[in-house]
Design a protein around this ligand. Structure first.
Ligand SMILES: [Zn+2]
Length: 254
């Protein structure tokens, strides 16, 4: 039992009693931490009213046997737009639920933390049209961080270098490209990517986030990548956020 200081992002919250909230944090120093924000529902006299989903703060927490208690908060970024606009909220909810489901309790993962902070900040400041791009970047980087690297250059069955001409078959189950020799015409669940899409996919997976710009990617390619990375996360890591349903509902409305 001890007091500790850490940066953290609020992943989700529940009302607790008449004035408190139970929050799930993703912290830089201890991974996932559940905490009680006392008086959070009574406004922000104690500043705990600022502890809202997607917001980013520096906390001083007191960790008891189970739940942590918030002793002090200094806000770094409130990311307000992610709560004020339904479409922005839908995208941010998918991001935070992926982290909530893949992050471990009391085990730091600074790369995962940094990905979360960067993507939420980008989404908070981007245009509506760029939300899909940042979700794709997030899902692609999440795959890498969790140890699932989609194979693009070599065939996942025979191991030969792929000849990326025309459309390339992509198998979620095998984890990447399948060459024409190994293609099993009985199997119907390949995704097919054009040469430009294969190049763009390689870039979005392996380039540093700072070097990626939304204007490099067509909407069509991003739609393909979103589905592909989502299927990878579900098949190989059993990650399927409930928030995806909300996102699809919002998308169908617009
Ligand atoms: Zn092959």
């Amino acid at each position: 039992m001890a007091t500790f200081e850490t940066e953290a992002v609020v992943l989700k919250q529940f009302d607790l009693g008449e004035s408190d909230r139970l929050i799930t944090l993703y912290t830089k120093d201890r991974g996932k931490v559940k905490a009680v924000a006392r008086g959070a529902r009574k406004g922000n006299k104690s500043r705990s009213g600022l502890v809202l989903p997607f917001s980013y703060h520096n906390f001083i927490l007191y960790k008891g046997k189970s739940l942590a208690k918030i002793n002090h908060i200094d806000s770094i970024s409130l990311n307000s737009k992610l709560r004020e606009d339904l479409e922005f909220m839908a995208y941010a909810s998918v991001v935070s639920e992926y982290i909530e489901r893949s992050g471990l309790e009391d085990e730091a993962d600074e790369a995962l933390f940094s990905l979360l902070v960067i993507i939420l900040a980008k989404m908070n400041h981007c245009s509506r049209d760029e939300l899909l791009f940042y979700l794709c970047v997030f899902q692609a980087k999440l795959l890498l961080l969790l140890g699932v690297k989609p194979e693009i250059e070599n065939c996942t069955i025979c191991g030969n270098k792929m000849n990326l001409r025309g459309d390339t078959a992509f198998s979620i189950k095998n984890g990447g490209s399948v060459c024409k020799t190994c293609l099993d015409n009985e199997i119907k669940d390949y995704d097919y990517l054009t040469l430009n899409q294969m190049r763009a996919l390689y870039k979005i997976i392996f380039a540093e986030i700072g070097q990626l710009k939304p204007e490099y990617f067509s909407k069509k390619s991003l739609e393909v990548f979103e589905v592909l990375t989502e299927k990878f996360l579900a098949y190989h890591l059993d990650l399927k956020p409930k928030a995806l349903k909300f996102l699809y509902t919002i998308k169908n409305m617009s």
